[in-house]
Write a protein that binds this ligand. Structure first.
Ligand code: SAM
Ligand code: SF4
Length: 329
């Protein structure tokens, strides 16, 4: 069996699958208020087409799938895709990234179909702030979604919080408290310069070292193992806490040397790096009837253009920067 590895000998075992570019929120750091030029329905891969890509990816060593978007729970009957993926031999980890607005009503069906874990985006615990950061209301529904995920037995549950100076960086302790009382990992993420947010990112960026220092000032934060996952977070915990705190540092300490992932966009492009424009079309071959072996050969060939690292700098959008939501962030 071939094992996918790129030109820098990094094994690729993790595929993020975007099922839609659309979203029911407009987070300031991610999407313009008026939305994006949305994809047409026939441009978006069907669940069967996605499953064929996942099957080929599993054949060359991919083990873990994360379903993302846009907001993946907006795509109808997502449990059908989860079911298709969970039957693919070799895939032993199916996770979901969501803003959780629609999680409460869908979580049981998703778990029954094979979903095992979830990451929820949540940047504030204050309802008015939520409406200003996400440009839509909904904090109560998100919190109910998180509780429903805990009740449904999903584990681990990770909460992703993008930290922005002056918008939510005074809530670090409130989030730490949240993780002290619930079985969740709260992960603070450094903002990245995306789209129109690039200019504001320069002023709002908080480096993870500062953030950890501020948390350490109020309690003893010890490094811990952290929950199972495929990501680059470093984890810590306060004494006697039920949950943990993590930091994800795409800007201050990039983790490109450990990169194990590629992304499938909603319109069927395999993106080799979060930033930059390195991609390979899979939709054309899929719709022309490519066999699994032919798809595997395309996946292998694509490894040659996976870049060694991203070149993001504070406040400077990389050339051809896209919204993370568009490319399966
Ligand atoms: N809608 C889902 C959600 O919000 O979890 C899935 C897609 S969203 C693009 C995936 C993740 O990307 C979220 O955790 C979000 O916070 C993060 N993200 C988007 N834009 C970002 C930026 N400019 N800097 C840092 N993280 C960003
Ligand atoms: Fe939507 Fe997620 Fe982007 Fe927020 S971060 S606008 S929830 S896709």
């Amino acid at each position: 069996m071939i094992r996918l590895a790129d030109a820098f000998a990094r094994p690729i075992e993790y595929l993020r699958v975007s099922v839609t570019d659309k979203c029911n929120l407009r987070c300031v750091y991610c999407m313009p208020e008026g939305g994006l030029p949305w994809l047409q329905r026939d441009e978006i891969l069907s669940y069967e087409e996605i499953a064929r890509v996942v099957e080929a990816a599993a054949w060359v060593g991919v083990r873990a799938i994360r379903i993302t978007g846009g907001e993946p729970l907006l795509r109808r009957h997502l449990e059908r895709l989860v079911g298709l993926i969970s039957r693919i031999s070799g895939i032993d980890d199916i996770a979901l990234s969501t803003n959780a607005l629609l999680l409460e009503e869908q979580v049981d069906t998703l778990v029954a179909a094979g979903l095992r874990r979830v990451n929820v985006s949540l940047d504030t615990l204050n309802p008015e702030r939520f409406a200003s950061i996400a440009r839509r209301p909904g904090l109560e529904r998100v919190l109910r979604g998180i509780d429903a995920a805990i009740a449904a037995g999903l584990s681990p549950i990770k909460i992703n919080c993008v930290v922005m100076r002056g918008r939510n960086d005074d809530e670090l302790l409130a989030f730490a408290e949240f993780s002290r009382r619930r079985p969740v990992a709260v992960r603070f993420i450094e903002t990245m310069p995306v789209l129109e947010y690039a200019q504001a990112q320069r002023e709002e960026y908080v480096c993870a070292d500062e953030l950890l220092e501020r948390l350490q000032a109020v309690g003893e934060l010890a490094p811990v193992e952290g929950p199972h996952g495929n990501g680059p977070a470093r984890y810590f915990a306060f004494p006697n806490a039920v949950g943990t705190i993590g930091v994800i540092t795409p800007m201050s300490h990039d983790y490109c040397n450990r990169c194990n992932r590629v992304r499938l966009t909603a319109d069927g492009r395999l993106r080799l790096c979060l930033f930059g424009d390195h991609h390979v079309d899979l939709r054309g071959p899929l719709r022309a009837g490519a066999s699994r072996d032919e798809l595997c050969a395309i996946l292998e060939g694509s490894m040659l253009i996976k870049p060694e690292r991203h070149h993001l700098r504070l406040g400077e959008p990389a050339s051809r920067m896209r919204a993370l939501s568009e490319i399966g962030g």
